[in-house]
Design a protein around this ligand. Structure first.
Ligand code: ATP
Ligand code: MG
Length: 553
């Protein structure tokens, strides 16, 4: 974080709390529910919570909010840990709300003893009917006046498994007329006879979000409990529980969640994309999940920069997907190794180049000399990009066409003398002659050309499958458009090129290295790649129409 940047509102609060001695040090937490893979929205929360811990020399816990046994799985826990680490953060402690089930139970008993909670036998429908509306006050359930002794007895029977799912709940005894619906005797515990991913069958009652989340914060002595805006109406209950139970006074603060164009971000919707086969898994490179973005070739640095750029606000807004791509290009331009690969191959023969000769040419690996150089093999027959050739040159065409000259990157200037077509009338060979005195790095000719194109030597090229991606949705805001969001899926979001040719240095490509295929974009090796079948994902194209706008930010 740069020094001159002004503080966001949470930083202002923290600095005040540290200055006036409210806290000596801060402790934040990132509290995912392990019911899906993390997405770019979570990355914003991770960067915020862990970022504050680092900035103020405090600490940050990773706490799994695992109070709903039905939807939660260990697979999700593992993926969340991997994603947080990959983003570059280390938690102080790995914790689980389920570790506190005993403590939370005792806190609930304490509330009952204080006359502030009761067991209600009403059905969900009855509870809803008596709850009123924001403008109509609620009414008390007949069970609200149960004695403390009876409540203690019933609650322990709930725990012991005497009742079926939904037969009873524990409710806070607060205010059925509160203008805040969350204060109208909220549910604190429900019965659920379900296997939990960590506690197994030990429990058949589970605490509700508001009770478990807030009290987990207190148990851990979290100083600043940061969540998204939709939790504003929950804050009153959060504070009420702390006050009545006398537990550590964590403070809840709310910031605007990340919304981004051309994608959906709720785990429920992402899960549908996966289970209904619209994508190939949670880590499909088109998904806005952290694992999908990692597989696509995003760097952790680019995601952190993006989160920093969008900042922390108290009002909802919509971030343009292009801003994320801008941050990605900015980082890849610095970090990606330059290589050559031809996606739509066409043969180019240098008719005056000796048969069977190979030259080892030197080519730069990066934008400046610090990146070093590598050897690229050159010979008489090359693959070039079909789109770099025109049968008849258009105006301002600086690439291959009969009579035109062009530089082959890191090699020679060639002049196009002609071409041949196959029986279907499709161009299948371009014939050129090269100028030996124009060798790159040692050009004595004085000739200059306007176009430089990439190529790979046919005898040295390695075949590769290349996967090109477009946005997963056709509309800016699929989540709020009318009807099912899946109607707006872009059916052209994945294009597979089975027969590209790449330079042989890519035989030693790794999934953690990023590459720029000259003129074609940024690429990375896919996890499905094998030594005998290379597979590359295009992370993003080189074009950068957004940068001018973004620089103004
Ligand atoms: P979803 O609606 O996608 O299922 P969630 O809020 O239910 O998300 P949690 O696992 O409960 O997911 O989220 C963990 C943390 O990440 C919470 O503090 C939540 O507020 C935050 N978070 C979730 N989505 C976003 C987002 N789009 N932008 C910023 N923070 C988010
Ligand atoms: Mg949630």
């Amino acid at each position: 974080m740069s020094e001159e940047k002004s503080l966001n509102f949470i930083e202002e609060i923290i600095e005040a709390d540290l200055t006036n001695g409210k806290y000596k040090t801060i402790l934040t937490r990132f509290p995912p529910e392990p019911n899906g893979y993390l997405h770019i929205g979570h990355a914003k929360s991770i960067c915020l919570n862990f970022g504050l811990g680092i900035k103020y020399k405090g600490k940050t816990n990773l706490r799994f909010d695992d109070t709903n046994p039905v939807k939660e799985e260990t697979e999700y826990v593992d993926s969340i840990k991997e994603d947080v680490q990959w983003l570059g953060f280390n938690w102080e402690k790995e914790l689980y709300a389920s570790d506190y089930f005993d403590q939370l139970y005792l806190l609930a008993v304490d509330l009952i003893k204080k006359g502030l909670a009761y067991v209600d036998d009403s059905s969900p429908e009855e509870i809803a009917a008596l709850k009123g509306t924001p403008t109509v006050p609620g009414m008390a359930s007949a069970n609200r006046s149960r004695s403390i002794e009876e409540n203690l007895q019933l609650f322990s029977e709930m725990k012991a498994g005497k009742y079926k799912d939904g037969e009873k709940v524990l409710r806070g005894k607060i205010d059925m007329e509160s203008p805040n619906m969350h204060m109208r005797d909220p549910l604190l515990y429900r019965i659920k006879h379900a296997h939990h991913h960590r506690t197994g069958d030990a429990w058949c009652i589970y605490p509700m979000y508001d009770f478990a989340h807030g009290q987990s914060d207190s148990i851990e002595n979290i100083t600043h409990s940061i969540c998204t805006l939709e939790f504003i109406p929950h804050r009153e209950l959060y504070d009420w529980l702390i006050e009545k139970l006398g537990t550590f006074s964590s403070q809840q603060y709310e910031f605007a969640r990340l919304n981004m164009t051309y994608t959906v971000m709720s785990k429920r919707k992402l899960l549908q994309l996966v289970t209904e086969g619209h994508v190939l898994g949670w880590d499909d490179p088109r998904m806005p999940t952290i694992s999908g973005m990692r597989r696509r070739g995003f760097t952790a640095e680019s995601i952190r920069n993006f989160c920093d750029k969008i900042g922390i606000a108290r009002r909802e807004n919509m971030i343009d997907f292009s801003l994320l791509e801008f941050c990605l290009r900015e980082d890849l331009n610095k970090s990606a190794l330059r290589v050559m690969g031809v996606l739509d191959p066409l043969i180019l023969i240098i008719t005056n180049y000796p048969d069977g000769q190979t030259e080892e040419l030197i080519s730069e690996n990066g934008p400046d000399e610090d990146y070093g150089t590598r050897i690229v093999s050159f010979s008489k027959t090359l693959w070039v990009e079909r789109e770099d050739f025109m049968e008849e040159a258009a105006k301002k065409w600086f690439r291959l066409a009969p009579g035109a000259t062009v530089r082959l990157k890191s090699a020679y200037i060639v002049k196009c003398d002609g071409f041949t077509k196959d029986c279907n009338g499709v161009v299948n060979e371009i014939h050129c002659s090269y100028l030996p005195e124009t060798k790159s790095g040692n050009d004595t000719s004085g000739i200059s050309v306007k176009g430089t194109i990439h190529w790979v030597s046919v005898a040295h090229a390695v075949p590769a499958e290349v996967r090109l991606y477009e946005r997963l949705f056709k509309v800016e805001n699929p989540g709020t458009e009318e009807g099912d969001f899946k109607k707006y899926i872009n059916e052209n979001s994945l294009k597979i090129i089975p027969n590209a040719w790449v330079e042989n240095s890519l035989l030693s490509a790794t999934t953690t290295t990023r590459y720029q295929f000259l003129r074609k974009g940024y690429f990375c090796l896919d996890k499905e790649s094998a030594p005998n079948k290379l597979v590359f994902n295009r992370t993003v194209t080189l074009k950068d129409a957004y940068s001018k706008e973004v620089k103004k930010l």
